[in-house]
Design a protein around this ligand. Structure first.
Ligand code: PLP
Length: 373
């Protein structure tokens, strides 16, 4: 087995980034979000590395939570979208999964279940994203129904999710925050009447990094744990705030062929790129079937010997061609980095009109993950 395309996963960078999230929100607890196979990094290995540091994990669905339990993880796991079918409620109670409740169906299913131990519930409010959550004017009612059920623990978390926190100038975040505060106040009054308590959770990575007023009891960092910056996207052009984060995934491969083409000769499918002068072309063992976007703009850089050189021609399914004319002594077998250390995935993503989240989260299984401590 020798195909050199691998995603190297740096677990010390991961642990460092978790600490960075905690440093940004020193008075909050942090849930490590490991949904979607830990954003493509391998859920089990990532959770194993974070388990000594984090009080709980966040995932999208019970299948992801069960995978972590089966691998031996014992910390609580929050199902951030709650249940999809009613039979998940008792399974969640058995396995100490925490449940988001974002609609009446989920609330009813929890109230109807026959449970031996009460559930830790995160009641989600739609404060303006209009994707999930109960409406602000129904939250006290839903809260009362949950809080008076023996299936629900005395302490409940009110949560919401921010739609625009990655753009520091958007006032929508302040509107969502004030909506949340209002709901929180009403729920706390009701909780006091019932002799119960309420915690709060708002911030994703962008909230953690850019909106201290959203930190509350629990932050829910995801993307930043993997070293990406949620602030480095198209609407913050030329604005890549440097954050003390380290890339966890480095996508790398090697040169498998080298040739010299003369001025005017074309490279790759469709002959899209033609040599403007005599050029040295290196072929890499990695293509769009390995998660590298075919839609990248011409001249997107890769790193060879630590230097940036451009991709030329179309990205193929299994291969990419680059122009290494400016680098001396490139040899077959030399390592090439597509993103990661010294070449942020956020930058590559912008060249493909997307966000780094997408590139890492959809990294196909074809690419072996190689873990380093
Ligand atoms: C995915 C997710 C997060 C983490 O978001 P990042 O932007 O990756 O930090 C937090 N909360 C919820 C509800 C999510 O679905």
């Amino acid at each position: 087995m020798a195909r050199p395309a691998v995603a190297e996963i740096d677990l010390s960078a991961l642990r460092h980034n978790f600490q960075v999230a905690k440093n940004y929100a020193p008075n909050s607890k942090a849930i490590a979000v490991v949904k979607a196979n830990a954003y493509g990094h391998g859920a089990v290995e990532i959770a194993r590395a974070l388990e000594p540091l984090t009080p709980a994990f966040g995932v999208a669905c019970i299948e992801e939570a069960l995978e972590l339990r089966a691998a031996g993880m014992s910390k609580p796991i929050l199902l951030m979208e709650g249940i999809f079918t009613a039979d998940e409620v008792s399974l969640a109670a058995q396995h100490n999964f925490w449940l988001a409740v974002e609609n009446q169906f989920q609330c009813d299913a929890i109230l109807r279940a026959k449970l031996k131990t009460p559930l830790n519930i995160w009641l989600k409010i739609d404060t303006g994203m209009h994707r999930l959550g109960v409406s602000p004017n129904s939250v006290v009612n839903v809260y009362r129904r949950l809080a008076t059920s023996s299936n629900v623990q005395d302490k409940l978390v009110l949560m919401t999710h921010l739609a625009c926190a990655d753009e520091p100038n958007r006032t929508e975040t302040l509107a969502q925050l004030s909506c949340f505060e209002q709901c929180f106040g009403s729920v706390v009054s009701e909780a006091q009447r019932l002799n119960k308590t309420v915690d709060a959770s708002i911030a994703n990575s962008a909230g953690t990094l850019a909106w201290p007023q959203t930190h509350k009891t629990w932050i829910r960092p995801g993307y930043m744990l993997y070293g990406g910056s949620p602030l480095a996207h198209a609407n913050n052009t030329k604005h890549f705030p440097s954050l003390p984060l380290r890339a966890v995934m480095t996508l790398k491969t090697a040169v498998i062929a080298l040739r010299t083409v003369t001025k005017g000769e074309a490279v790759g499918y469709g002959g899209r790129w033609q040599a403007p002068q005599t050029s040295v072309i290196a072929t890499l063992a990695l293509g769009y079937a390995d998660g590298y976007p075919r839609s990248i703009l011409p001249d997107t850089p890769v790193l060879v010997h630590g230097q940036r050189v451009p991709i030329v021609g179309n990205v193929s399914m299994d291969m990419i061609t680059i122009d290494v004319t400016t680098i001396a002594n490139v040899k077959i077998g030399d390592e090439v980095i597509l993103w990661g250390k010294h070449l942020p995935v956020d930058e590559v993503a912008r060249q493909a009109a997307t966000i780094g989240y997408e590139l890492i989260a959809r990294m196909p299984l074809r690419v072996p993950r190689v873990y380093i401590n």
